[in-house]
Design a protein around this ligand. Structure first.
Ligand code: MLC
Ligand code: AMP
Length: 513
């Protein structure tokens, strides 16, 4: 039977000479393609030895390292389902994800073993391993006893490969179920659309627990047999210093803003680069223009989601579907990718006239299978004719370029991370003395957008904004913490009594810029 396991597609793209360098790290380590093949085999053999049911969830909260990527690939290879977790998540958040996903295996940083293993064992997880960023921990110790040959598990396009938790405007986080077919089709299509070249080298500077760093970047390089320059964390000086050795860079807008602040960013320094890609959050037109001026390169902006991997992209070369268009238009996210159908709808029901604004809906082989164990939520997010409602609001111009103008979901995107105000408000409202709160996103020069909390105290109670921040930090990932907290007498409301967040956004929009 034809094996549609994503790992097989990635492995098939390894270069014939397995001794070439596949990954070079900022610590000066080098991994060959053979190293990746053997290491993924050893970890896959370890997973096989645990005799887990097929498609078990493998939940992973570890610092970025090449071995963490190996664990991801080994999970695919063994036919299980990868569940990446942001290292910023705190106890309550992890408790929810593990309780909801019921992983068979949890892998955490050695320093977190105490509390993470307690949560995992309580939730019924049988195996907890550790993996440090310096290759320490029980995962690799155990894998070292296993063979370095492994036959990939047979998986079909529709089988689950990963679950990515995304928050929502109401209720708890939902696990978006992505299949081998979703990700393979997207990776193969992007390879062609972004015109990956045989000698491309990718600078990998993003975290590997979300779509951008884990799928778009890693799959992009691997499915083209391209080397990666691996940065354990983003440093603008270091990234720019490596431009002469690389050709492709992928980043969220904050990464571009930070590199623009570096005097070393010059056309000469960027001369060897072929392609700069931005996504996960809106790229300001100033950043787009400044990048062009400072480097001579035009950033290619694209748009995607955890639920769909990549949806649209500005052209890399001429796009025959759009009259051979080559222009990368700042402020737009380009064209629907080949195979993706995108439509803009009014009230989720009828198409808007061309150029008009509405809700963006999509369909394609990249669109996820649904939310983990939430059939009602899944049904709510799809239309009767099978389109996924992205929650993004936009328009398509006469030339076919898609522009995102806003979101119907109450969401803040800060430095490329999603922050759902409802989650922060719920945590604030639970604090002593708080009557009500509203969290809004306001412009920020570095993160693009950040959260600001506006709070009303109960009559007679005093709420200390600093205490609110301290309280939130103990419960929530650091990037979710509002950068300012104001205690006020009242919140603006409409006639129905609903808080008018648009007025609050207006009031605080100058807080950081
Ligand atoms: C860090 N901080 C943030 C933040 N990142 N605050 C708001 N938003 C963020 N994104 C805060 C921390 O809480 C901390 O505050 C302080 O900044 C320093 O933390 P740090 O960890 O040292 O920050 P730094 O390393 O500078 O991180 C910034 C960053 C990082 C931009 C490099 O946020 C990042 O890697 N972002 C990329 C996110 C990403 O990959 N998104 C892809 C999603 S996929 P304090 O107070 O604690 O000191 C997706 C789909 C798609 O959206 O289309 O791709
Ligand atoms: P996530 O749930 O983390 O995958 O985030 C997906 C959301 O990020 C999308 O629904 C968009 O709102 C936003 N997004 C991704 N890429 C872009 C982009 N290029 N421009 C504007 N918003 C984007």
């Amino acid at each position: 039977m034809n094996n549609q396991n994503l790992f097989v597609a990635l492995r098939d793209a390894f270069p014939a000479d397995l001794d070439q360098t596949a990954v070079e790290t900022d610590e000066g380590l080098s991994y060959s393609w053979r190293d990746l093949d053997r290491a993924t085999a050893m970890v896959a053999n370890l997973l096989d030895s645990l005799e887990l049911p097929a498609a078990s969830r493998i939940a992973v909260q570890v610092e970025k390292s090449v071995e963490a990527m190996v664990l991801y690939l080994a999970t695919l290879r063994a036919g299980h389902v990868f569940l990446p977790l942001n290292t910023a998540y705190q106890r309550g958040e992890i408790e929810y994800f593990i309780g909801n996903a019921e992983p068979a295996v949890v892998v955490c940083s050695p320093k977190n073993f105490g509390w993470v293993s307690q949560i995992a064992f309580t939730a019924g997880t049988k195996h907890v391993f550790t993996l440090g960023e310096d290759r320490s921990g029980s995962l690799l110790e155990r894998a070292a006893h296993h063979g370095n040959q492994h036959t990939p598990a047979v998986r079909q396009d529709d089988d689950l490969a990963a679950i990515l938790y995304t928050s929502g405007t109401t209720g708890r986080s939902k696990g978006a179920m992505l299949t081998h077919g979703n990700m393979r089709s997207n990776a193969e299509m992007l390879r062609a659309y972004w015109q990956w070249q045989p000698d491309d080298v990718l600078i990998h500077a993003l975290p590997i627990f979300h779509v951008h760093g884990l799928f778009v970047a890693i799959h992009g390089a691997l499915i083209n047999g391209s080397k990666m320059i691996w940065m354990s964390r983003f440093d603008p000086k270091q990234a720019i210093a490596r431009f002469p050795d690389a050709t492709v860079f992928m980043g969220v807008p904050t990464l571009y803003v930070r590199m623009l602040a570096e005097p070393s960013l010059t056309p000469d320094q960027a001369a060897h680069m072929r392609l700069f890609i931005s996504g996960s959050a809106p790229l300001l037109i100033e950043t787009f223009n400044d990048w062009q001026t400072r480097t001579g390169h035009t950033i290619l902006e694209r748009y995607g989601m955890s639920e769909t991997v990549m949806l649209t992209s500005n052209p890399c070369g001429p796009d025959a579907r759009y009259g051979g268009a080559t222009e990368r238009r700042g402020g737009t996210v380009g064209f629907p990718l080949p195979g993706v159908t995108l439509r803009v709808m009014e009230d989720d029901a009828k198409p808007v006239p061309p150029g008009e604004i509405g809700g963006i809906q999509v369909q394609g082989p990249n669109v996820f299978k649904g939310y983990w164990r939430m059939p009602e939520k899944t049904a709510e997010e799809f239309t009767a004719d099978g389109f996924f409602k992205t929650g993004d609001v936009g328009r398509v111009d006469e030339r076919g370029y898609v522009t995102i103008v806003g979101r119907s979901k109450d969401l803040i995107i800060s430095g490329g991370y999603n922050v759902y105000p409802a989650e922060i408000e719920a945590a604030i409202n639970d604090m002593p003395g708080v009557m009500e709160s509203a969290v809004i996103g306001v412009p920020h020069p570095d993160f693009g957008e950040v959260g600001v909390a506006v709070i009303i105290a109960r009559p007679g109670a005093a709420v200390n904004p600093d205490q609110v921040i301290v309280g939130l930090k103990s419960q929530l990932a650091n990037f979710k913490i509002p950068k300012q907290c104001h205690v006020v007498d009242e919140l603006p409301r409409n006639t129905m009594g609903k808080v008018q967040k648009n007025l609050l956004r207006e009031q605080y929009r100058g807080a950081f810029v």
